[in-house]
Design a protein around this ligand. Structure first.
Ligand code: SIN
Length: 522
């Protein structure tokens, strides 16, 4: 097996991974491993924007309060404080590196989304904010010769010995190699692909959470999955996100009878919290026996819509929907994972020299429900913090060489599952139908039973990306189902039709880890 020794290994190249790399670059050589092209991440596709208390009408403390309110009592306050206080500095730094956020005249233009009490969301090129962040961060990374990108390299497992992470086994060009590092940072993003309907790109298969779990790390808050109310619904089109900023600018939700309905569900109507809007849409779909509702922007003015949402306009037009003239068929879809690998405020996990940042991590900033557009900010703030923490590693070169010797002992027997694509499809459908927006004891029991039938996959080693992803998807699906089953109450994005109240001990976080090859939660 090939061995590569680096100072720092970063797995994932979205906003958190790139920001961590920038922080680490002056302190040693950095390898950024990604299983696809470096730009292929959830960051690249983020539309709405990035929340930050920088407008004249806003204050850090108001952003703090809105974040806590959205998190429904489960945010970790110290983590939120760091997010909102360090956020403005990270954004100004990004602007100094060349980020071009949209302006109204000479001033930054802020939009509004659900559960924000102020206009505080910066956006770029209308609705391509994530793309602009990736552009700027990738350019900045390029200015450091110490950072090497390693595309199409699938991280199979972490190398952990005596509670310390020594790097990872990485599969590239059908060859396995061991990347040995002083510190490793997981920045692999979310899990959306485990649900049949998702706004997430194909790469979001929960890899970081699964490999950390297998290595013995603690995961937390895994029952909290956010569903976005409006993703394009058409048999002829991909499940494309229709940004909440559209509702922020005045787009209305209508059922298939073209009736407004959100006022019947919440006084904030279209700008009610995402979980409320998603459930309202499901209720209307059931009531009207339809598989979608509509988003209506036709009253907002053609020029405004085309200028403000150019990407959404052109994408929908490809599928014969002119959003300035037609109602847009939409339905909810899995969007964001609030839980993840549990970290402290410096992104350290329960395994020494292993850090996590961005969607893969659970710093506690999002609690039970993420405030819209806080995730890119989290990636910037906590990506930088992860980098700063990782560079303090005291592991010496001699120790790294010893670790490398141990790592070569890895030689599992590889398997293949011919029906892996069928299992993937069934798993995604199962998670959407039984562990989706509305859950109950019965649906979760069904899911637990079905998922258990595939548990033979969990202890096998594979050599292809699709099979490795399936193993990770199954791991994460099982953990989500288990924690959703354990939480007998409805909090934030986790809604149980059999326990509609928050219930007893609702403020307790559910943590999971691997014990004797089982998922142990409590
Ligand atoms: C959106 O544009 O609606 C997504 C923003 C977010 O999820 O933070």
């Amino acid at each position: 097996m090939d061995i590569e020794i680096v100072d720092f290994l970063i797995i994932g190249s979205g906003v958190a991974g790139l920001r961590a790399a920038i922080e680490l670059a002056p302190y040693g050589n950095v390898l950024v491993a990604t299983k696809d092209m470096p730009r292929e991440s959830s960051t690249e596709y983020a539309q709405g924007g990035i929340a930050v208390a920088l407008s004249d009408e806003d204050k850090v403390v108001i952003h703090f309060d809105d974040t806590l309110k959205a998190g429904d009592g489960l945010c970790r306050e110290e983590a939120v404080k760091i997010l909102v206080e360090e956020g403005p500095e990270r954004i100004l730094e990004l602007i100094s590196w060349g980020a071009e956020f949209d302006k109204e005249g000479t001033k930054l233009d802020f939009t509004i989304e659900a559960a924000h009490s102020r206009r505080r969301i910066l956006h770029a090129h209308g609705d391509s904010t994530g793309k602009e962040l990736e552009r700027v961060l990738i350019n900045k990374v390029r200015s450091f010769p110490s950072v090497k990108k390693y595309p199409f390299a699938f991280t199979v497992d972490l190398i952990v010995k005596d509670g310390e992470c020594h790097g990872a086994y990485v599969l590239k060009d059908r060859k396995m190699s061991a990347v040995i590092a002083r510190s490793t940072i997981l920045c692999t993003g979310g899990v959306g692909q485990i649900f049949a309907r998702t706004t997430n790109p194909m790469v979001a298969t929960g890899d970081g959470m699964a490999i950390a779990f297998r290595a013995g790390a603690v995961l937390e808050d895994m029952e909290f999955v956010q569903f976005h109310p409006t993703s394009l619904y058409s048999p002829y089109a991909p499940q494309f996100l229709l940004s909440e900023a559209m509702r922020g600018e005045g787009a209305a939700l209508k059922n298939i009878n073209k009736e407004h309905f959100m006022r019947n569900y919440h006084s904030d109507a279209e700008l009610a919290p995402r979980d409320v809007v998603s459930r309202a849409i499901i209720s209307e779909m059931v009531r009207t026996e339809s598989n979608h509702v509509y988003l209506d922007m036709t009253h907002l003015g053609k020029d405004f819509v085309k200028k403000r949402f150019p990407k959404i306009y052109s994408t929908c037009l490809q599928y014969n929907i002119d959003i300035t003239e037609n109602l847009i068929p939409v339905s909810p879809a899995a969007h964001y994972m609030m839980g993840g690998v549990k970290t402290d405020l410096n992104c350290a996990t329960s395994i020494k020299e292993l850090y996590a940042s961005g969607e893969v991590a659970c710093t506690g900033v999002h609690g039970a429900n993420r405030l819209a557009s806080n995730s890119l900010l989290e990636g910037l703030v906590y990506g930088a913090r992860a980098g700063r923490a990782a560079r303090e590693s005291v592991v010496s070169l001699k120790e790294l060489q010893l670790k490398a010797q141990y790592a070569t002992q890895y030689s599992p027997a590889y398997h293949s599952i011919p029906e892996h694509d069928e299992i993937r499809m069934t798993l995604r459908k199962l998670m959407w139908e039984r562990v989706g927006i509305i859950r109950c004891g019965g649906s979760l029991e069904d899911a637990r039973k079905k998922l258990a039938e595939w548990s033979f996959i969990l202890d096998k080693a594979f050599y292809t990306r699709r099979e490795l992803e399936l193993k990770n998807m199954l791991t994460v699906a099982m953990i989500i189902t288990e924690t959703a089953y354990l939480r007998k109450g409805s909090v934030g994005a986790h809604f149980r039709s059999d326990y509609k109240e928050k219930g007893k001990d609702w403020q307790k976080h559910v943590a999971c880890s691997r014990e004797d090859d089982r998922i142990s939660c409590g």
